[in-house]
Write a protein that binds this ligand. Structure first.
Ligand SMILES: [Zn+2]
Length: 459
């Protein structure tokens, strides 16, 4: 069996109790003793606190591992999701960066290291988060975007690692019996995980711990920010802690886990940055033959689709180029999905020449980075998904062409939105009753940018 690339992940986030600093330190140090590389997801304000408290020891221990961002304020409202609730994808990217730009810059400066990307905090995610990371040339860990058999996917021009793996050790290290029980379950889960069919880029997220939750009996944020609460910093109170006499037990069990992971020949333990480097390749070109083959598939299936190597958005622009200025091969274009829902189009057929002409308008609109929701064909506004199919038929040489009346995005968008709809409200920090309507529709619309990721040798 091939080795499964595995990242040992840690979320370092307690901005309330300085007592958590030491756990971050020893988890990082012990890991290095075993020759293992961890992936530490760091809250920006926490990094600033280490700087203020003179904890160079913590910073230096973490720098032996791979470092990524875990928001500036984590659970202090507004969270990533809350920021994006009333915004479209483009506005969301700007608003998130507005909120986190300074924290990100401070963390990079204090750590002396570029951050590899953004690991979702709690279940706070938005499509704009992946857009922002893609814009910065970074990745998204614990994303909610996956495809059958693929847990690493491209979405919003960002490499996203679906939240997929094994964890749950947080509250067990302090107690041998709890730890052994969790370990036995995790062994079974790992066997199952390794059996599941997978293709292309893949990862196992082995979640080692939230360091704070190893020594505290509760989460630091549940104690302060549950259900949208936002007390001023003067009222923040630390979560209760286990008796400090348990620390040697915690460390012993943690060492045991490190030892088992190091010895497991089925796993290839690497830092997250190594996976980003390994998986960030994409096809640079599509040949005319390939574009025609894709057009044939679209005409057969009559839906918005993506292939192993091209997103629906990329395919649409390739079709537009083939329709307006045919070449032997085309560089892979990049574009975001539309910002508003493509309108349903009355069942109709068009002259293929009119459909080919409209490709110019799509290409012009895409220069502004986004696909239009609709395009004018012979005086009629046609939804971009309907147009996608009609244009494929035109490229195949048909005289009268048509498309499905209502095809706003690839059908896979519904599955992605379902995962997001299930996950987002399921976090104790989020206020109840968040209206996810707009965010979920933006999630579906960016499925125009969805495709699986691959190792370089499979490109
Ligand atoms: Zn977190």
């Amino acid at each position: 069996m091939a080795c499964l690339p595995t990242a040992l992940c840690f979320d370092v986030e307690d901005i309330v109790d300085p007592q958590s600093d030491d756990v971050a330190l020893w988890t990082a140090e012990i890991l290095a003793e075993y020759g293992l590389t961890g992936s530490f997801m760091l809250v920006g304000e926490r990094v600033r606190q280490w700087d203020r408290r003179g904890r160079r020891d913590v910073i230096e221990a973490l720098k032996r591992h791979h470092l990524a961002y875990h928001t500036t304020w984590h659970s202090v409202p507004p969270t990533t999701t809350e920021i994006c609730l009333d915004k479209d994808f483009a506005q969301g990217m700007d608003a998130l960066w507005e909120r986190d730009r300074q924290g990100w810059a401070d963390a990079e400066r204090i750590l002396g290291r570029p951050l590899l990307g953004w690991a979702r905090s709690g279940s706070s995610w938005a499509p704009s988060l992946m857009g922002l990371m893609g814009r910065l040339g970074r990745g998204n860990a614990y994303s909610y975007v996956r495809l059958p058999g693929h847990n690493v996917c491209w979405y919003a021009n960002c490499l996203g690692f679906f939240s997929d793996g094994i964890g749950g050790f947080d509250g067990t290290y302090y107690d041998d019996e709890l730890f052994e029980r969790r370990l036995a379950e995790a062994r079974q889960e790992l066997d199952d995980f390794l059996q599941a069919p997978r293709q292309g880029a893949a990862w196992l997220c082995f979640f080692m711990c939230h360091p704070t939750r190893v020594t505290h009996t509760e989460f630091w944020d549940a104690a302060n920010f549950a259900a949208g609460a936002n007390p001023p910093p003067s009222e923040w109170k630390p979560a209760p802690r286990h008796d400090p006499s348990r620390v040697p037990v915690m460390q012993k069990n943690y060492r045991h886990l490190c030892e088992l992971l190091r010895a497991d020949s089925r796993l290839e333990i690497v830092g997250w940055g190594e996976l980003l480097r390994r998986y960030d390749g994409q096809r640079a070109f599509a040949s005319q033959t390939e574009v025609r083959e894709i057009a044939q598939r679209i005409a057969d299936e009559r839906r918005v689709l993506f292939t192993d190597h091209f997103t629906a958005g990329e395919i649409l622009l390739l079709l537009c180029r083939a329709a307006t200025d045919p070449h032997e091969r085309y560089p892979r274009p990049t574009v975001y999905g539309p910002l508003t829902t493509p309108p349903p189009t009355a069942a109709s057929s068009w002259n293929a020449d009119a459909v080919r002409d409209a490709a110019h308008a799509i290409l012009r609109a895409a220069e502004g980075d986004y696909l239009p929701a609709a395009v004018d064909v012979a005086g009629q506004p046609v939804g971009v998904g309907t147009y996608f199919v009609a244009l494929a038929e035109a490229i195949l040489g048909r005289d009268r062409v048509s498309g499905p009346p209502d095809a706003p995005y690839p059908p896979e968008a519904e599955g992605v939105a379902r995962d997001v709809a299930r996950a987002l409200p399921d976090w104790i920090i989020h206020p109840p009753g968040m209206d996810l309507t707009l965010l979920l529709e933006q999630t579906r619309l960016q499925c125009w940018t969805l495709k699986p990721a691959w190792t370089r040798d499979a490109l």
